[in-house]
Design a protein around this ligand. Structure first.
Ligand code: 3PG
Length: 400
């Protein structure tokens, strides 16, 4: 972006692909971390006199307009953060976008409606994606990629559009890559990885790679139950991906072979029912040993002994990468495990990286000071795939 700035962006229409995919409760943004993270890039470009066009996806609408996934609340929040009026186009490549962009003066900012309201954005068909990218390209003179959370997606605005305009990486992408790169090279040991969350199959691939790098892997959250099942334990009605059991067994064996400490919960909080996240009504739950989950109950958080164990395993760490909550942290009765891990990171002398939309939102929603962590990544799948060593389409397109 500084190279672009040197060539001069004043008066130019600069398309900024951001990741404004923030959690919403109706139209209320419950965590604005991703908007705050990209705001400095937008402010920088506007400060240099660019006409800034901000575009993003939000959620997973089905390729057509859907008011539940409107970016209007994010545009409003961006305006508050920047302390200036931000125009909003009610479409992406239609009349509204054309007239809003045409009306931008130097230093002004506009946000386009959700890119995924157009089927071409996420299409697997190169021609369909390319046609949508062509229309986006008409709106701008320059492209800045700064939606780190989406760089693992081969989507029109992430992958195809930079090929059609002079392009650069924004400051957020540069900062994210700068930190995550360090985790793929020399790390201060012991290197402890904490993995949680519910997307078991998404995260198993990263374990394969982490087994070659980490000294210790702590598993919690929805992921843990497939591993517990792989060890032959009853997991009741807990989240389970049966087809992944052989892969889990393979990883447990590989960890042993490599001398990587692979730590699973020793106790869990279980309940017969999933908690009500709207009313947050008190949950009926109990603590059981991880190898004694009743057949009619599901695990919803790591238990007190596991929290102590994980805190101890973090206490001497040199580097920690944490992705994925330990339980249903959105409900106060199941937030204890995630809180304990966040506190464990803060109490350890390690350089700490928190990756993933949910974990990053969790630390803020649970009241932790985000600046106390070494780095909070805006990328969920993106940070994991980066650590996996994969070529990320949105980064490759910018390097080209
Ligand atoms: C994320 O939340 O990880 C990014 O915004 C990407 O969203 P997606 O998984 O819907 O592509």
């Amino acid at each position: 972006i500084d190279d672009l700035a040197q060539e001069g962006v004043a008066g130019k229409r600069v398309f900024v692909r951001a990741d404004l995919n923030v959690p919403l409760d109706g139209t209320t943004i419950t965590d604005d971390g991703r908007i705050r993270a990209v705001a400095p890039t937008i402010a920088k470009l506007a400060g240099l006199g660019a006409k800034v066009i901000v575009a993003s996806h939000l959620g997973r609408p089905k390729g057509a307009p859907d008011p539940a996934f409107s970016l209007a609340p994010a545009a409003e929040r961006l305006g508050e953060i920047l302390g200036k009026d931000v125009a909003f186009a009610t479409d992406t490549v239609g009349e509204s976008a054309a007239s809003v962009v045409a009306g931008l003066a130097e230093g002004q900012v506009a946000v386009l409606e959700n890119l995924r309201f157009n089927a071409g954005e996420t299409s697997k068909d190169d021609a369909e994606r390319g046609a949508f990218a062509d229309r986006l390209a008409e709106l701008a003179d320059l492209y800045v990629g700064d939606g780190f959370g989406a760089v693992h997606r081969k989507h029109a605005s992430v992958y195809d559009l930079p090929g059609r305009l002079p392009h650069a990486a924004g400051d957020l992408i540069a900062a994210e890559v700068g930190v995550l790169k360090k985790l793929t090279q020399d790390v201060k040991r012991p290197y402890v990885v904490v993995l949680g969350g519910a997307k078991v199959s998404d995260k198993l691939a990263v374990i394969d790679n982490l087994l070659k790098k980490a000294d210790r892997i702590l598993v919690g959250g929805g992921m843990a139950y497939t591993f517990l099942a792989a060890k032959g334990h009853e997991v009741g009605i807990s989240l389970l991906q049966k087809d992944q059991i052989p892969v889990c067994l393979e990883y447990l064996a590989e960890a042993e072979k490599r001398g990587v400490e692979f730590v699973l919960p020793v106790d869990v909080l279980v309940s017969a029912e999933f908690p009500d996240l709207k009313t947050k009504a008190p949950a009926v739950c109990e603590v059981v040993a991880a190898d004694a989950i009743p057949a009619d109950k599901e695990g919803l958080d790591i238990g007190p002994k596991t929290r102590e164990l994980y805190a101890a395993k973090l206490a001497d760490a040199g580097t920690v990468f944490w992705n994925g909550p330990m339980g249903v942290f959105e409900h106060p009765d199941y937030a204890g495990g995630t809180k304990a891990v966040a506190q464990g990171l803060l109490d350890s002398p390690a350089f700490t990286v928190v990756g993933g939309g949910d974990s990053a939102a969790a630390v803020r929603l649970l009241g932790f000071d985000e600046n106390a962590f070494g780095h909070i990544s805006t990328g969920g799948g993106a940070s994991l795939e980066y650590l996996e060593g994969k070529t990320l389409p949105g980064l490759a397109a910018l390097e080209d």
